[in-house]
Design a protein around this ligand. Structure first.
Ligand SMILES: [Zn+2]
Length: 275
């Protein structure tokens, strides 16, 4: 499933194509939304942003389209013309004078009054947004000290969007590895220094992944591997999808295992339960 950085990049792309433009035509596949086509025609796109794994497209008429891509949803932006042939189901199309933004396969699409966004069941329960410009590291560090979250296993906790928002499976595995922490531990098992280090790495790696298009490995190392001819998927991570390969730090063989019911990756040398 795409994680915060991928969704934010999709929102940026959508924003570049339609922000500030008026909609000339809107298509909704879901019957219960079709009544909004007329209400949105002629409306200007004021903003496109992401919150966790949702994209919000805000209009100047007081309405916002909420879309959550889940696993398969994908935006495609093209010059305004006929819809392309696709095996995917077109769920939403936003047309402007010269381009069209097509959303395929997403199952969660809603049209909401912008003034009521804060009451939305998904949005209202989101934790600290790692990719929000206004989020600062101190705020995140305090979150990691909060009593309510001390007993949850980290593999589940870090991916829980109500705790912090923006990380999924790959960012979680990578942040735990860089912090030298076993995925089966809880915040309560760590000393304050380690909790701070983990908070900092969650913050740093999520932002790095947003800027670089998904690289959590050391930038210098990733660049070196890229120049040596390695494929993107082979140089972007420290441990994720690297089972059986040597840890860059200690040389131990990376293992793939299930932690708190989620598949993950760790280095047995750097991330032992005794650390
Ligand atoms: Zn290691």
């Amino acid at each position: 499933m795409p994680e915060g950085p991928e969704i934010k990049r999709a929102a940026d792309e959508l924003s570049a194509a339609i922000k500030g433009r008026k909609l000339t035509h809107v298509y909704f596949a879901f019957r219960h939304l079709q009544g909004f086509s007329d209400k949105l025609r002629g409306a200007k796109v004021e903003d496109v942003s992401s919150r966790s794994k949702a994209i919000l497209t805000r209009f100047d008429n007081g309405l916002t389209i909420y879309s959550h891509n889940q696993l398969y949803g994908r935006w495609l932006i093209l010059p305004d013309a006929e819809y392309p042939d696709s095996s995917r189901s077109l769920r939403l199309a936003l047309h402007t004078r010269d381009s069209m933004a097509l959303l395929y396969s997403a199952s969660e699409i809603e049209v909401i009054k912008t003034s009521r966004l804060n009451q939305h069941p998904y949005l209202s329960r989101l934790g600290i947004e790692l990719l929000d410009q206004d989020t600062c590291l101190d705020e995140l560090v305090s979150r990691f000290e909060d009593e309510r979250f001390q007993r949850r296993k980290l593999m589940g906790l870090l991916q829980d969007q109500h705790f912090i928002s923006g990380m999924g499976n790959y960012l979680c595995c990578e942040a735990l590895h860089v912090s030298g922490i076993h995925p089966g531990k809880c915040l309560a098992d760590l000393n304050r220094q380690k909790r701070q280090r983990l908070a900092k790495n969650c913050f740093k790696l999520t932002r790095q992944a947003y800027i670089t298009g998904g690289i959590t490995n050391l930038i210098t190392r990733a660049e070196k591997l890229r120049k040596a001819g390695r494929a993107f998927e082979d140089y972007r991570f420290h441990v994720y999808r690297r089972e059986g390969l040597a840890c860059y730090k200690c040389g131990a063989s990376i293992v793939k295992d299930r932690f708190s019911g989620k598949m993950g990756y760790r280095c047995p040398g750097c991330q032992s339960l005794d650390n």
